[in-house]
Design a protein around this ligand. Structure first.
Ligand code: GLU
Length: 345
């Protein structure tokens, strides 16, 4: 930051899960994050979200990087791998273990419920895959909890959210550039989410919140299916902030200032196939491997995604870099419906 530019450096991120080849829906989201970061003159970090090693497909990280490169989208600094950041998560987890809610309850508590227990007791989810845990293990008394931990009973760790919507901490508010003002009740819409699974793997919500915080991410652009997750991630980040643990040394100087404020959020409408199926990896004809093999040019893929983003009136071929100047989320803000896409390009 120079004396002439008092604005803190903006940091965006691409956070793909290396579970397969990118498809058009992933490219659409990546293009939005890339254009947003470049438009504001910010940095863009690439974070490979490979924390859930059971779901990782070997080499998918290289395919993603190669496809981004082929599409004309770059990033700053080396790619960060969640699987190599375990010591950061461990340190933050240990801090969280020492924390309490204003009510005196511990911030984290062990949950001994099986998946079947939770399914039976949870509120039905509202279409984004989120089911609210009813808090069964939060009621366990200290002595019983100790006994079960000492006995080695299998358990995950959950983060306790305020108990009722009367609590002033309960409502998490944030502004979304596309969906407008958002407010989620932690107690009634999120519940006590898992921070560390019973197999010891840190959960997506925790790893991502810790990473966004420690990398000083100030701009988050991703699918609207994560709108609700944003509320719990902000709750997690609030505790990260209180930890006083430093940001990653390499980014610390560049990011001070950017981290104090809530990030900028833009949650994108999702892309469905024309048969109504969510664009998933099984939608092979639009995965990058198939597109490239069929001779599709990068400019055609970018043009199609730019049209989906409302940045171009028609899906005409274009270079990603030529879209930076005119980029905005205004068209998506006007029309937030999920997009339908034919299986053909
Ligand atoms: N890794 C997630 C995905 O590929 C994205 C998570 C995020 O943007 O926070 O769906």
């Amino acid at each position: 930051m120079t004396a002439e530019s008092p604005r803190p450096l903006q940091i965006g991120r691409l956070a793909p899960s290396p579970t397969g080849r990118m498809h058009l829906g992933n490219v659409y989201a990546a293009l939005a994050a890339w254009l947003d970061a470049r438009k504001v003159g910010g940095m863009l970090r690439l974070r490979i979200e490979d924390i859930d090693t059971y779901r990782v497909v070997s080499d998918a990280d290289s395919w993603i990087m190669d496809d981004l490169d082929w599409l004309g989208m770059d990033w700053d600094g080396p790619a960060a791998y969640q699987s190599r950041r375990l010591t950061s998560y461990d340190a933050m987890f240990r801090w969280f273990m020492t924390q309490h809610l204003p009510s005196g309850e511990p911030l984290l508590y062990p949950c001994f419920c099986s998946r079947a227990d939770i399914r039976a007791a949870s509120a039905p989810n509202e279409g984004d895959g989120f089911s609210r845990y009813p808090g069964t293990c939060r009621q366990i008394g200290d002595a019983e909890r100790r006994r079960r931990l000492d006995a080695g009973d299998r358990h995950s760790w959950r983060i306790a959210v305020p108990r009722s919507d009367d609590d002033s901490d309960d409502l998490v508010r944030f502004h979304d550039e596309i969906f407008g003002p958002q407010a989620f009740s932690l107690s009634s819409q999120l519940g006590d989410v898992i921070i560390r699974r019973s197999d010891g793997v840190y959960a997506y919500q925790f790893a991502t919140a810790v990473d966004d915080w420690s990398m000083g991410v100030s701009r988050i652009v991703r699918g609207r299916d994560l709108l609700r997750s944003t509320a719990i991630q902000l709750w997690i980040q609030r505790h990260c902030q209180e930890s006083g643990q430093s940001h990653d040394a390499a980014w610390r100087n560049k990011t001070m200032g950017a981290i104090r404020r809530q990030p900028f959020f833009a949650h994108l409408p999702l892309i469905d196939g024309s048969d109504g199926r969510r664009m998933a990896k099984r939608f092979n004809s639009l995965d990058m491997g198939a597109l490239r093999a069929s001779g599709t040019r990068p400019q055609e893929v970018i043009g199609r995604c730019a049209w989906l983003l409302g940045v171009l009136p028609e899906a005409t071929p274009v270079e990603a870099k030529d879209l930076i100047g005119a980029f905005s989320f205004a068209a998506l803000h006007e029309d937030r419906e999920d997009r339908i896409l034919d299986a053909e390009m």
